[in-house]
Design a protein around this ligand. Structure first.
Ligand code: TYD
Length: 221
């Protein structure tokens, strides 16, 4: 049996971490074999790239959009080869917090053109795609308010704020780009409203997940 590849996407503060935690508990309670990971930083070398990508550099210099895209893809390539594919081959349910659609949404919103996004995807991933992608859809105005509250609670030691500081207009473009991806690939990608209570969002996510897991031969009840 080969496993199932699930990705979870959404704007910052859309509740991904909470939902992924719940999903981990749910799959464990069902006794299903699952592996959880994230991008950037799903491997040891990827975590070094994550620090390069997300921590502000002392010089104040920022990555240009193409360089940033290449670094996200370096992380992804390593992640697919060393973690995702081996786990799928071992028959696991692989759940990844952000994947290729984040590059399409964020680096696209930063100005990278569609052709470059598609060419790099083909080069690195070929036709490798998630079996199911769940996008937590939320107005960035409310989701960024959540991020601000969370960061305040974490205090001055929290350094990974590079993207959180970007303008609201950028996050609106990111959201729109996620919505467009969902509209273009309705079989693979499901848009899940994320403003509701966490319980309701978890139920909506499970309604998409359960049939996907069942199709792959996993017992979900
Ligand atoms: P992270 O701290 O993991 O935040 P979140 O909880 O919102 O996922 O930060 C990941 C950041 O990297 C987030 O701002 C989205 C961005 N990103 C891209 O711009 N392109 C990508 O391909 C990926 C995977 C992430």
């Amino acid at each position: 049996m080969t496993g199932v590849f699930i990705t979870i996407e959404g704007v910052e503060g859309s509740g991904k971490s909470t939902q992924i935690q719940r999903l981990a508990e749910h799959l464990q309670a069902l006794g299903l074999p699952a592996v959880f990971s994230k991008e950037p930083g799903g491997t040891a070398l990827g975590r070094e790239l994550r620090a390069l990508l997300l921590s502000p550099h002392a010089s104040g210099e920022k990555w240009c959009p193409d360089a940033e895209l290449l670094l996200f893809y370096a992380d992804r390539s390593q992640h697919v080869a060393n973690l995702i594919r081996p786990a799928l081959q071992a028959g696991k349910i692989v759940v990844v917090d952000r994947f290729e659609d984040s590059s399409r949404a964020y680096q696209g919103a930063s100005g990278v053109d569609e052709k470059s996004l598609t060419q790099l995807r083909e080069l690195v991933l070929g036709d490798f795609r998630p079996d199911l992608t769940l996008i937590l859809d939320m107005d960035p105005e409310s989701s960024l308010r959540r991020v601000a509250t969370r960061n305040a609670a974490l205090g001055a030691t929290f350094t990974e704020t590079r993207f959180d500081g970007e303008a609201m207009a950028f996050h609106r473009r990111v959201r729109e780009r996620f919505q467009i991806i969902a509209a273009h690939e309705p079989d693979r990608v499901k848009l899940v409203p994320a403003e509701a209570e966490a319980d309701q969002v978890a139920t909506a996510l499970w309604q998409h997940l359960a049939p996907c897991l069942q199709r792959a031969g996993f017992q979900v009840s």
